[in-house]
Design a protein around this ligand. Structure first.
Ligand SMILES: Nc1nc2c(ncn2[C@@H]2O[C@H](COP(=O)(O)OP(=O)(O)OP(=O)(O)O)[C@@H](O)[C@H]2O)c(=O)[nH]1
Ligand SMILES: [Mg+2]
Length: 396
Protein backbone atom coordinates (compact mmCIF):
# COMPACT_ATOMS: atom_id res chain seq x y z
CA UNK A 1 0.00 0.00 0.00
CA UNK A 2 1.45 3.36 -1.01
CA UNK A 3 -0.79 6.10 0.35
CA UNK A 4 -0.64 8.48 3.27
CA UNK A 5 -3.15 10.82 4.92
CA UNK A 6 -3.14 13.76 7.32
CA UNK A 7 -5.75 15.83 9.14
CA UNK A 8 -5.00 19.30 7.82
CA UNK A 9 -7.22 21.23 10.25
CA UNK A 10 -6.37 22.08 13.87
CA UNK A 11 -7.42 19.88 16.77
CA UNK A 12 -10.69 20.60 18.59
CA UNK A 13 -14.23 21.03 17.41
CA UNK A 14 -14.29 23.09 14.22
CA UNK A 15 -17.25 23.25 11.86
CA UNK A 16 -15.26 21.40 9.27
CA UNK A 17 -12.13 19.31 8.91
CA UNK A 18 -10.10 18.38 5.89
CA UNK A 19 -8.19 15.14 5.49
CA UNK A 20 -5.63 15.14 2.73
CA UNK A 21 -5.00 11.76 1.09
CA UNK A 22 -2.11 11.22 -1.28
CA UNK A 23 -0.28 8.41 -3.03
CA UNK A 24 -0.43 5.95 -5.94
CA UNK A 25 -2.99 3.84 -4.04
CA UNK A 26 -5.05 6.77 -2.71
CA UNK A 27 -7.75 6.54 -5.40
CA UNK A 28 -8.17 2.81 -4.83
CA UNK A 29 -8.65 3.26 -1.09
CA UNK A 30 -11.11 6.07 -1.65
CA UNK A 31 -13.12 3.91 -4.05
CA UNK A 32 -13.55 1.44 -1.19
CA UNK A 33 -14.79 3.89 1.43
CA UNK A 34 -16.54 6.65 -0.53
CA UNK A 35 -19.93 6.52 -2.21
CA UNK A 36 -21.10 9.50 -4.25
CA UNK A 37 -24.42 11.26 -3.56
CA UNK A 38 -26.06 9.55 -6.53
CA UNK A 39 -25.39 6.24 -4.80
CA UNK A 40 -22.80 4.88 -7.21
CA UNK A 41 -19.05 4.68 -7.55
CA UNK A 42 -17.81 7.59 -9.64
CA UNK A 43 -14.40 7.99 -11.31
CA UNK A 44 -12.15 10.53 -9.61
CA UNK A 45 -11.65 12.91 -12.51
CA UNK A 46 -9.04 15.54 -11.66
CA UNK A 47 -10.78 18.83 -10.94
CA UNK A 48 -14.06 17.19 -9.90
CA UNK A 49 -15.58 17.82 -6.51
CA UNK A 50 -17.80 14.95 -5.46
CA UNK A 51 -20.41 15.07 -2.74
CA UNK A 52 -21.26 11.84 -0.96
CA UNK A 53 -20.57 9.78 2.13
CA UNK A 54 -17.76 7.85 3.79
CA UNK A 55 -18.95 4.34 4.58
CA UNK A 56 -17.63 1.87 7.14
CA UNK A 57 -19.15 -1.32 5.74
CA UNK A 58 -22.86 -0.51 5.57
CA UNK A 59 -22.71 2.33 8.11
CA UNK A 60 -22.41 5.95 7.03
CA UNK A 61 -19.62 7.67 8.95
CA UNK A 62 -20.19 11.19 7.57
CA UNK A 63 -21.44 13.24 4.63
CA UNK A 64 -18.33 14.57 2.90
CA UNK A 65 -16.95 16.29 -0.16
CA UNK A 66 -14.03 14.84 -2.06
CA UNK A 67 -11.92 17.31 -4.01
CA UNK A 68 -9.94 15.51 -6.71
CA UNK A 69 -6.85 17.71 -6.80
CA UNK A 70 -4.83 15.32 -8.94
CA UNK A 71 -4.80 11.63 -9.88
CA UNK A 72 -3.09 10.84 -6.58
CA UNK A 73 -4.26 13.71 -4.38
CA UNK A 74 -7.63 14.10 -2.68
CA UNK A 75 -9.06 16.47 -0.08
CA UNK A 76 -11.82 14.91 2.01
CA UNK A 77 -13.96 17.65 3.62
CA UNK A 78 -15.84 16.19 6.58
CA UNK A 79 -17.65 17.60 9.58
CA UNK A 80 -15.33 18.89 12.30
CA UNK A 81 -16.45 16.72 15.22
CA UNK A 82 -13.13 15.15 16.40
CA UNK A 83 -14.79 11.74 16.77
CA UNK A 84 -15.86 11.78 13.11
CA UNK A 85 -12.42 12.91 11.94
CA UNK A 86 -10.78 10.18 14.01
CA UNK A 87 -13.15 7.53 12.64
CA UNK A 88 -12.42 8.44 9.04
CA UNK A 89 -8.67 8.46 9.71
CA UNK A 90 -8.95 5.06 11.46
CA UNK A 91 -10.90 3.69 8.51
CA UNK A 92 -8.15 4.82 6.13
CA UNK A 93 -5.47 3.36 8.41
CA UNK A 94 -7.38 0.06 8.53
CA UNK A 95 -7.18 0.02 4.72
CA UNK A 96 -3.38 0.37 4.93
CA UNK A 97 -2.97 4.16 4.59
CA UNK A 98 -0.09 5.64 6.62
CA UNK A 99 -1.14 8.48 8.95
CA UNK A 100 1.21 11.47 8.95
CA UNK A 101 1.15 14.95 10.51
CA UNK A 102 -0.20 17.98 8.62
CA UNK A 103 3.25 19.61 8.59
CA UNK A 104 4.73 16.47 7.05
CA UNK A 105 2.00 16.47 4.39
CA UNK A 106 2.80 20.09 3.49
CA UNK A 107 6.53 19.34 3.38
CA UNK A 108 5.95 16.37 1.09
CA UNK A 109 3.57 18.45 -1.06
CA UNK A 110 6.21 21.15 -1.42
CA UNK A 111 8.71 18.50 -2.52
CA UNK A 112 6.55 16.90 -5.19
CA UNK A 113 5.42 18.39 -8.46
CA UNK A 114 2.48 20.62 -7.62
CA UNK A 115 1.06 22.17 -10.76
CA UNK A 116 1.12 25.79 -9.61
CA UNK A 117 0.91 28.24 -6.73
CA UNK A 118 -2.88 28.02 -6.72
CA UNK A 119 -2.61 24.35 -5.72
CA UNK A 120 -0.27 25.16 -2.82
CA UNK A 121 -2.50 28.02 -1.69
CA UNK A 122 -5.51 25.70 -1.82
CA UNK A 123 -3.84 23.22 0.54
CA UNK A 124 -3.16 25.96 3.06
CA UNK A 125 -6.63 27.48 2.70
CA UNK A 126 -8.32 24.09 3.07
CA UNK A 127 -6.73 23.68 6.49
CA UNK A 128 -8.73 26.65 7.72
CA UNK A 129 -12.01 26.48 5.82
CA UNK A 130 -15.31 26.79 7.71
CA UNK A 131 -17.90 24.99 5.60
CA UNK A 132 -18.17 22.07 3.17
CA UNK A 133 -19.22 24.48 0.43
CA UNK A 134 -16.12 26.56 1.17
CA UNK A 135 -13.98 23.43 0.73
CA UNK A 136 -15.69 22.72 -2.61
CA UNK A 137 -15.07 26.28 -3.82
CA UNK A 138 -11.35 26.13 -2.95
CA UNK A 139 -10.80 22.64 -4.39
CA UNK A 140 -12.48 23.68 -7.63
CA UNK A 141 -9.95 26.47 -8.25
CA UNK A 142 -6.97 24.06 -8.41
CA UNK A 143 -7.60 22.32 -11.69
CA UNK A 144 -10.93 23.77 -12.83
CA UNK A 145 -11.88 27.32 -11.82
CA UNK A 146 -9.15 29.90 -11.49
CA UNK A 147 -6.25 27.79 -12.78
CA UNK A 148 -8.22 26.65 -15.86
CA UNK A 149 -9.50 30.13 -16.68
CA UNK A 150 -6.01 31.59 -16.38
CA UNK A 151 -4.60 28.90 -18.69
CA UNK A 152 -7.41 29.50 -21.19
CA UNK A 153 -6.67 33.23 -21.15
CA UNK A 154 -3.02 32.53 -21.89
CA UNK A 155 -4.14 30.59 -24.96
CA UNK A 156 -6.42 33.40 -26.17
CA UNK A 157 -5.30 35.25 -29.29
CA UNK A 158 -3.88 38.77 -28.83
CA UNK A 159 -6.81 40.64 -30.35
CA UNK A 160 -9.48 39.42 -27.94
CA UNK A 161 -7.30 39.05 -24.87
CA UNK A 162 -7.58 42.47 -23.22
CA UNK A 163 -11.36 42.80 -23.51
CA UNK A 164 -12.09 39.24 -22.43
CA UNK A 165 -9.74 39.33 -19.45
CA UNK A 166 -10.79 42.71 -18.09
CA UNK A 167 -14.51 41.90 -18.10
CA UNK A 168 -14.13 38.42 -16.65
CA UNK A 169 -11.65 39.59 -14.00
CA UNK A 170 -14.22 42.05 -12.66
CA UNK A 171 -16.78 39.25 -12.41
CA UNK A 172 -14.25 37.03 -10.61
CA UNK A 173 -13.60 39.79 -8.07
CA UNK A 174 -17.35 40.19 -7.43
CA UNK A 175 -17.82 36.43 -6.98
CA UNK A 176 -14.71 36.29 -4.79
CA UNK A 177 -16.25 38.71 -2.29
CA UNK A 178 -19.21 36.37 -1.82
CA UNK A 179 -17.02 33.24 -1.75
CA UNK A 180 -14.83 34.82 0.92
CA UNK A 181 -17.81 34.83 3.30
CA UNK A 182 -18.44 31.15 2.61
CA UNK A 183 -14.78 30.24 3.05
CA UNK A 184 -13.99 32.37 6.11
CA UNK A 185 -17.38 32.74 7.80
CA UNK A 186 -19.26 35.91 8.79
CA UNK A 187 -19.82 37.82 11.99
CA UNK A 188 -23.39 38.76 12.84
CA UNK A 189 -24.09 40.99 15.84
CA UNK A 190 -27.38 40.75 17.74
CA UNK A 191 -28.31 44.24 18.88
CA UNK A 192 -31.48 45.71 20.31
CA UNK A 193 -33.10 47.16 23.40
CA UNK A 194 -32.76 45.37 26.76
CA UNK A 195 -35.03 42.39 27.29
CA UNK A 196 -36.00 41.98 23.60
CA UNK A 197 -34.71 38.39 23.60
CA UNK A 198 -31.23 38.73 22.05
CA UNK A 199 -29.70 36.12 24.36
CA UNK A 200 -32.63 33.75 23.87
CA UNK A 201 -32.20 34.09 20.09
CA UNK A 202 -28.44 33.47 20.30
CA UNK A 203 -29.08 30.31 22.31
CA UNK A 204 -31.74 29.19 19.83
CA UNK A 205 -29.49 29.74 16.79
CA UNK A 206 -26.47 28.08 18.43
CA UNK A 207 -28.55 25.16 19.61
CA UNK A 208 -27.38 25.44 23.19
CA UNK A 209 -27.40 27.77 26.19
CA UNK A 210 -24.45 30.07 25.67
CA UNK A 211 -25.87 33.28 27.09
CA UNK A 212 -27.75 33.93 30.32
CA UNK A 213 -31.45 34.70 29.87
CA UNK A 214 -33.54 36.46 32.54
CA UNK A 215 -36.49 38.82 32.54
CA UNK A 216 -34.32 41.54 34.09
CA UNK A 217 -33.41 44.19 31.50
CA UNK A 218 -29.64 44.62 31.22
CA UNK A 219 -28.78 40.97 31.93
CA UNK A 220 -26.10 40.77 29.24
CA UNK A 221 -23.19 43.06 30.10
CA UNK A 222 -20.22 41.48 28.36
CA UNK A 223 -20.60 40.09 24.86
CA UNK A 224 -21.08 36.38 24.30
CA UNK A 225 -20.38 34.60 21.02
CA UNK A 226 -21.50 31.33 19.51
CA UNK A 227 -21.24 29.53 16.18
CA UNK A 228 -24.20 28.70 13.97
CA UNK A 229 -23.72 26.57 10.87
CA UNK A 230 -26.18 27.63 8.18
CA UNK A 231 -24.68 25.94 5.09
CA UNK A 232 -23.05 27.39 3.09
CA UNK A 233 -22.19 29.88 5.84
CA UNK A 234 -20.71 29.59 9.28
CA UNK A 235 -22.00 32.49 11.33
CA UNK A 236 -20.22 33.77 14.40
CA UNK A 237 -23.07 35.30 16.37
CA UNK A 238 -22.32 37.93 18.97
CA UNK A 239 -24.86 38.75 21.66
CA UNK A 240 -24.39 42.25 23.05
CA UNK A 241 -25.61 44.39 25.92
CA UNK A 242 -28.93 46.11 25.18
CA UNK A 243 -28.38 49.36 23.28
CA UNK A 244 -31.32 51.50 24.23
CA UNK A 245 -30.31 54.44 26.28
CA UNK A 246 -27.58 57.01 26.55
CA UNK A 247 -24.88 55.38 28.68
CA UNK A 248 -25.38 56.58 32.25
CA UNK A 249 -22.25 58.51 33.19
CA UNK A 250 -22.09 57.24 36.75
CA UNK A 251 -22.45 53.54 35.97
CA UNK A 252 -19.06 52.53 34.66
CA UNK A 253 -19.99 48.92 33.82
CA UNK A 254 -23.06 49.87 31.79
CA UNK A 255 -21.13 52.56 29.96
CA UNK A 256 -18.32 50.11 29.14
CA UNK A 257 -20.85 47.47 27.99
CA UNK A 258 -22.50 49.98 25.67
CA UNK A 259 -19.16 51.09 24.27
CA UNK A 260 -18.30 47.42 23.61
CA UNK A 261 -21.61 46.96 21.79
CA UNK A 262 -20.82 49.95 19.59
CA UNK A 263 -17.36 48.46 18.84
CA UNK A 264 -18.87 45.07 17.98
CA UNK A 265 -21.27 46.75 15.58
CA UNK A 266 -18.36 48.37 13.76
CA UNK A 267 -16.70 45.03 13.01
CA UNK A 268 -19.90 43.10 12.14
CA UNK A 269 -20.62 41.88 8.62
CA UNK A 270 -24.35 42.17 9.37
CA UNK A 271 -26.68 42.98 12.24
CA UNK A 272 -29.79 41.31 13.60
CA UNK A 273 -31.79 44.11 15.18
CA UNK A 274 -33.81 42.19 17.76
CA UNK A 275 -37.02 44.01 18.75
CA UNK A 276 -39.86 42.91 21.01
CA UNK A 277 -43.00 42.69 18.88
CA UNK A 278 -45.15 42.87 22.02
CA UNK A 279 -43.81 46.37 22.85
CA UNK A 280 -44.53 49.66 21.07
CA UNK A 281 -42.13 51.74 18.96
CA UNK A 282 -40.54 53.58 21.91
CA UNK A 283 -38.08 50.68 22.22
CA UNK A 284 -36.40 51.84 18.97
CA UNK A 285 -33.90 54.51 20.05
CA UNK A 286 -32.16 56.73 17.52
CA UNK A 287 -28.92 54.76 18.11
CA UNK A 288 -30.71 51.56 17.07
CA UNK A 289 -32.42 53.21 14.10
CA UNK A 290 -29.02 54.44 12.85
CA UNK A 291 -27.49 50.96 12.69
CA UNK A 292 -29.47 50.00 9.59
CA UNK A 293 -27.89 52.84 7.61
CA UNK A 294 -24.38 51.60 8.35
CA UNK A 295 -24.57 47.77 8.15
CA UNK A 296 -26.76 45.25 6.36
CA UNK A 297 -29.50 44.85 8.98
CA UNK A 298 -32.40 42.47 9.41
CA UNK A 299 -35.07 43.40 11.97
CA UNK A 300 -36.03 40.32 13.98
CA UNK A 301 -39.43 40.90 15.56
CA UNK A 302 -39.18 38.56 18.51
CA UNK A 303 -41.84 37.19 20.89
CA UNK A 304 -44.29 36.56 18.04
CA UNK A 305 -46.13 34.24 20.44
CA UNK A 306 -47.30 37.34 22.38
CA UNK A 307 -49.85 39.95 21.22
CA UNK A 308 -48.32 42.23 18.55
CA UNK A 309 -48.03 45.90 19.55
CA UNK A 310 -45.14 47.08 17.38
CA UNK A 311 -46.18 49.33 14.49
CA UNK A 312 -44.16 48.14 11.46
CA UNK A 313 -44.11 51.64 9.98
CA UNK A 314 -41.88 52.64 12.96
CA UNK A 315 -39.12 50.23 11.87
CA UNK A 316 -35.82 51.87 10.89
CA UNK A 317 -35.42 52.78 7.23
CA UNK A 318 -32.72 51.00 5.14
CA UNK A 319 -33.50 47.55 6.54
CA UNK A 320 -32.56 44.57 4.36
CA UNK A 321 -35.70 42.80 5.58
CA UNK A 322 -37.77 42.05 8.65
CA UNK A 323 -39.26 38.85 9.98
CA UNK A 324 -41.20 37.69 13.03
CA UNK A 325 -39.87 34.89 15.25
CA UNK A 326 -40.40 33.41 18.66
CA UNK A 327 -36.91 32.68 19.93
CA UNK A 328 -38.41 30.94 22.91
CA UNK A 329 -40.54 28.52 20.89
CA UNK A 330 -38.40 28.31 17.75
CA UNK A 331 -41.08 29.68 15.39
CA UNK A 332 -39.78 31.45 12.27
CA UNK A 333 -36.12 30.49 12.80
CA UNK A 334 -35.76 28.71 9.43
CA UNK A 335 -37.12 31.76 7.59
CA UNK A 336 -34.72 33.97 9.52
CA UNK A 337 -31.74 31.80 8.51
CA UNK A 338 -32.87 31.85 4.86
CA UNK A 339 -33.12 35.64 5.08
CA UNK A 340 -29.56 35.86 6.45
CA UNK A 341 -28.25 33.76 3.54
CA UNK A 342 -30.07 36.05 1.11
CA UNK A 343 -28.60 39.14 2.79
CA UNK A 344 -25.11 37.73 2.17
CA UNK A 345 -26.19 36.76 -1.40
CA UNK A 346 -24.96 33.21 -0.79
CA UNK A 347 -28.37 31.51 -1.06
CA UNK A 348 -27.95 30.59 -4.74
CA UNK A 349 -24.16 30.82 -5.00
CA UNK A 350 -22.73 28.17 -7.33
CA UNK A 351 -19.59 26.57 -5.79
CA UNK A 352 -18.33 25.91 -9.32
CA UNK A 353 -17.76 29.54 -10.19
CA UNK A 354 -14.27 30.90 -10.61
CA UNK A 355 -12.99 32.88 -7.63
CA UNK A 356 -9.77 34.14 -6.09
CA UNK A 357 -9.34 32.94 -2.50
CA UNK A 358 -6.06 34.48 -1.30
CA UNK A 359 -4.78 38.05 -1.08
CA UNK A 360 -2.15 37.26 -3.75
CA UNK A 361 -4.78 35.97 -6.15
CA UNK A 362 -7.13 38.89 -5.49
CA UNK A 363 -4.30 41.39 -6.06
CA UNK A 364 -3.39 39.78 -9.39
CA UNK A 365 -7.00 39.53 -10.58
CA UNK A 366 -7.51 43.18 -9.68
CA UNK A 367 -4.42 44.06 -11.71
CA UNK A 368 -5.87 42.06 -14.63
CA UNK A 369 -9.14 44.00 -14.45
CA UNK A 370 -7.11 47.21 -14.97
CA UNK A 371 -4.42 45.88 -17.32
CA UNK A 372 -3.52 48.27 -20.14
CA UNK A 373 -1.67 45.98 -22.50
CA UNK A 374 -1.56 42.42 -23.70
CA UNK A 375 2.01 42.12 -22.39
CA UNK A 376 0.86 43.16 -18.91
CA UNK A 377 -1.94 40.57 -18.98
CA UNK A 378 0.46 37.79 -19.97
CA UNK A 379 2.95 38.73 -17.29
CA UNK A 380 0.27 38.77 -14.55
CA UNK A 381 -1.14 35.43 -15.69
CA UNK A 382 2.30 33.88 -15.66
CA UNK A 383 2.77 35.05 -12.07
CA UNK A 384 -0.67 33.72 -11.11
CA UNK A 385 0.16 30.28 -12.48
CA UNK A 386 3.79 30.21 -11.34
CA UNK A 387 5.15 26.97 -9.97
CA UNK A 388 6.01 27.23 -6.26
CA UNK A 389 9.75 27.09 -6.92
CA UNK A 390 9.53 30.00 -9.37
CA UNK A 391 9.84 32.20 -6.30
CA UNK A 392 6.16 32.87 -5.62
CA UNK A 393 5.12 33.01 -1.98
CA UNK A 394 1.88 31.29 -0.99
CA UNK A 395 -0.55 33.35 1.04
CA UNK A 396 -3.59 31.97 2.83
N1 LIG B 1 -42.89 35.12 25.24
C1 LIG B 1 -41.62 35.17 24.84
N2 LIG B 1 -40.65 35.54 25.70
C2 LIG B 1 -39.38 35.60 25.27
C3 LIG B 1 -39.02 35.25 23.93
N3 LIG B 1 -37.70 35.41 23.79
C4 LIG B 1 -37.23 35.82 24.99
N4 LIG B 1 -38.25 35.94 25.89
C5 LIG B 1 -38.15 36.34 27.31
O1 LIG B 1 -37.73 37.69 27.36
C6 LIG B 1 -36.91 37.89 28.52
C7 LIG B 1 -35.60 38.53 28.09
O2 LIG B 1 -34.88 37.61 27.31
P1 LIG B 1 -33.31 37.74 27.04
O3 LIG B 1 -32.97 36.77 26.00
O4 LIG B 1 -32.54 37.73 28.32
O5 LIG B 1 -33.28 39.23 26.46
P2 LIG B 1 -31.98 40.13 26.10
O6 LIG B 1 -32.37 40.96 24.92
O7 LIG B 1 -30.78 39.29 25.97
O8 LIG B 1 -31.90 41.05 27.39
P3 LIG B 1 -30.65 41.90 27.90
O9 LIG B 1 -29.46 41.01 28.01
O10 LIG B 1 -31.12 42.36 29.23
O11 LIG B 1 -30.45 43.04 26.96
C8 LIG B 1 -36.74 36.53 29.19
O12 LIG B 1 -37.68 36.42 30.23
C9 LIG B 1 -37.06 35.55 28.07
O13 LIG B 1 -37.57 34.33 28.54
C10 LIG B 1 -40.06 34.82 23.04
O14 LIG B 1 -39.86 34.49 21.87
N5 LIG B 1 -41.34 34.82 23.55
MG1 LIG C 1 -29.05 39.31 27.01
Amino acid sequence: MDAYAAVMTGKGTAALSVIQLHGPDAAGVLQEVFISGGGGKRPFRTGAILVGAILDGEATVDQVTVGCEGPQTFAIGCHGNPLIVERIMQLLVDKGVAPIAAEEMLTRAAGRQVPNMIAVEAQIALSNVHTLTGARIISHQVSGGLAAVARRWLDTGPLALLDVVRGQARQILADSRIAEKIINGCTVVLAGPPNSGKSTLLNRLCGRDKAIVTDIPGTTRDWVSGACLAEPLELTLIDTAGLDMEPPADEAIDAAAQRKTAEMLETADAVLLVLDISQDHTQISSALADIAGRKPTIAVLNKSDLPHRLDLSALPKDLEAHTAVSAERGDGIDSLLAMILRAFTVDDFDPHVTVAFTDRQRRLIKALSRAESEAAVRSILTTLLAAPDDGGQPTA
